[in-house]
Design a protein around this ligand. Structure first.
Ligand SMILES: Cc1cc2nc3c(=O)[nH]c(=O)nc-3n(C[C@H](O)[C@H](O)[C@H](O)COP(=O)(O)OP(=O)(O)OC[C@H]3O[C@@H](n4cnc5c(N)ncnc54)[C@H](O)[C@@H]3O)c2cc1C
Length: 381
């Protein structure tokens, strides 16, 4: 068993790292302070093929594997999280249902511009009354002739309201099956009448990413916009979420790695009691623990990605990777702020931003509590 990336994956990592250092690092302060969506950076990511890494070239993608995509998310988050989450929501949530379950026509029409980075994808699952309990979806889609008529509200949706958003794939109740709501996934283009976009939320972190409430009032889309078979939406999004969880683990690993690197510089510069604080065992142990935990999380996430690439079951591994990496990241960011002392509490210090960007990773795409439920279920209890 070799724990080594393939040559292609190593080259890909260094390409994304160079991009993040050259194109994102100089704009980190601006992204955080202004909170404006990074159109220019996303356009360049599209040109480099990053916006369609795991999709085949015939669909506008780069033909890479899922592991390369997770590495890209990690490398972006090592510098800054909003570009990383924009990519993650675009690929794992927005584009995945189309790629895995869409028709050839849907792939050619909708997925190709997404994979090239010309358009941005979103997935609308969460509702005011259906968060962790995603099966409690209240949004409805009723077939009227050859159109779906969609009504309902989605909250906290990433990527659905930018100038380059293609639209959103929503989960909607399309009937009943054994007394339970039968849920389908339906693609709704952004300019459809009745697709209402609320202003951006003001968030604790991820300032420049686009997160909004969406509402649909008698929003009509062609019947052919359903993705896969009617009533299979729940199973589809569970498969997409397995992939999303691995990518969120990548985001957490990148954030924690960023914390570690900032600390490694700071502890050599900061002098107290006549010595760099790097000489104090209490500080050295914190760094040793951070590095160890990051390595553990990385191994879990890469294993889950490799299983997905091999077409093997990975629900448990994806949930474990997401759970462990996000909690590890929160702990690493907390220790990073501690190591920076009072300066760590100041907005202009990167660890303060890493800290604020970390918390959501324990919540989005299934909270830590939900990951534990999934893992316990997979254990057979
Ligand atoms: C910035 C941001 C971006 C997001 N982007 C998207 C997106 O693009 N698309 C999308 O569909 N959603 C998105 N979300 C929504 C996100 O996935 C949900 O917030 C998350 O799944 C939790 O749902 P909730 O917020 O309704 O919390 P709730 O489900 O109300 O949970 C509240 C608390 O109760 C706990 N809890 C709930 N049920 C159980 C249980 N059975 N056992 C134990 N504890 C339980 C939870 O773990 C949590 O601690 C985003 C959210 C944020 C904040």
């Amino acid at each position: 068993m070799l724990f080594e990336l393939a040559e292609e994956e190593r080259l890909f990592r260094s390409m994304v790292r160079d991009f993040a250092e050259g194109e994102i690092r100089p704009k980190v302060d601006e992204l955080w302070e202004k909170g404006e969506f990074p159109y220019g950076i996303i356009e360049k990511m599209g040109e480099l093929g990053i916006m369609g890494i795991p999709w085949p070239e015939r669909y506008g993608g780069s033909g890479g594997d899922y592991l390369s995509y997770v590495i890209a998310v990690e490398e972006l988050a090592r510098v800054e999280s909003t570009c990383a989450i924009t990519l993650e929501a675009h690929i794992s949530l927005g584009s995945s249902p189309l790629y895995y379950f869409g028709t050839e026509e849907q792939k050619q029409e909708i997925l190709v511009p997404l994979a090239r980075g010309e358009k941005l994808a979103a997935f609308g699952l969460t509702e005011p009354e259906a968060g962790s309990d995603a099966g409690n979806t209240k949004t409805t889609a009723v077939l009227d002739g050859d159109e779906w008529v969609i009504n309902g509200t989605k909250c906290f949706i990433t990527n659905a309201g930018t100038d380059i958003s293609a639209g959103v794939t929503v989960t909607a109740v399309t009937g009943q099956d054994d007394g339970k709501s039968a849920i389908s996934n339906i693609f709704v283009p952004k300019d459809t009448p009745g697709y209402n976009i609320a202003p951006k939320y003001k968030k604790m972190g991820w300032h420049a990413s686009d997160t909004r409430e969406l509402s649909f009032s008698d929003c009509r889309v062609p019947a052919s916009n359903i993705i896969g078979k009617q009533g299979e939406g729940f199973c589809q999004f569970l498969y997409c979420l397995d992939g999303g969880r691995i990518a969120i683990a990548g985001l957490a690993i990148g954030n924690a790695q960023g914390c570690l690197e900032e600390c490694m510089k700071y502890v050599k510069e900061r002098v107290q009691f006549g010595k760099p604080i790097a000489s104090f065992q209490a500080i050295r142990f914190k760094l040793a623990d951070m590095a160890t935990q990051i390595e553990l999380a990385r191994n879990l996430a890469y294993k889950a990605a490799a299983l997905r690439d091999a077409g093997k079951p990975h629900t448990k591994e994806a949930a474990m990777a997401k759970l462990f990496a996000s909690e590890m990241c929160m702990a690493a960011a907390t220790q990073a702020v501690q190591i920076f002392g009072g300066y760590g509490f100041m907005d202009e210090y990167p660890v303060s931003r890493f800290f604020r960007d970390a918390k959501i990773l324990e919540i989005g795409e299934g909270t830590s509590e939900i990951q534990r439920i999934v893992i316990a279920r997979e254990l057979g209890i």
